[in-house]
Design a protein. Structure first.
Length: 39
């Protein structure tokens, strides 16, 4: 986290944001592969 200047108010917030990141990454990977799920 320090590498990019990120700081969070606790482990729960960090985990929540990491979960959002993973969801977004999955969506992007599926989009790039031509698999377009509906939101």
């Amino acid at each position: 986290m320090a590498m990019h200047g990120k700081s969070y108010n606790g482990l729960m917030e960090r985990d929540k944001r990491f979960g959002i990141f993973k969801d977004n990454l999955l969506y992007i990977d599926q989009h790039n592969a031509g698999i377009h799920p509906t939101l």
